[in-house]
Design a protein around this ligand. Sequence first.
Ligand code: MN
Length: 253
Amino acid sequence: MAAKTPENSRSSTGDRSRIQMRVTDRKNGGTRREDGGTRGKGGGTRRKDKGKHNRDDRLTTYRSKRHADRTSEPMGGEPRGGAPRFVVQKHSATSLHYDFRLEADDVLISWAVPKGPAMDPREKRLAMRTEDHPLDYADFEGVIPRGEYGAGTVIVWDAGHYENRTEHRGRTVPVAEAVERGHVSFRLEGEKLRGGWALTRTGRDGDKERWILVKKPDETADARRNPVGSQPASVRSGRTTEDLARENENGRD
Ligand code: MN
């Protein structure tokens, strides 16, 4: 088939319509049609609308890296309310890593942790900041096809909710702001990971942000526990990245 043209034009059309939608919304200022207006009038709805713009803006990089027609990765996701979620996805790509994501500001703020989280507070795990991901990525498990961005297998290695514990001069700092400032402290309620942790920015490599992920020395710290090694399977499906890769190979022939 006419190799690249159809896909390219399709995806650029998609991008353009998204941009147009944003511009239209902006023109209309506070009047809102899209979210159905069920939240009543005034500040509440307007804030939520702003959230949508913000989310679209924050996901521009994510979407620009992926072909929606070639990967099954999610492209959107609406906020669901309730306690914010966290997810750790084991991603067996060119190099194995653990994608650590915190829900904040209607997106999943994300880091790639090559060695995964440690339960020993003395271990500082390198965490490279990556692009914000859509909220529904938290449920994604699957195979990203060869040739696509992040090609490989992804499982939901751990998931749950978290509580922001970041404070500055006696005030709780919202997570998105804390991340911009370079330090976020939180308690995880996952299946494998529980208790206090902190992410701290330590430097930059060009436009890449280097962070460290460290366990707090609380009652959940345990230097003998190493869930990355001892609990490799998905908390969603019980499958490992190897299972997924094998299933994918078998499905092919
Ligand atoms: Mn990844």
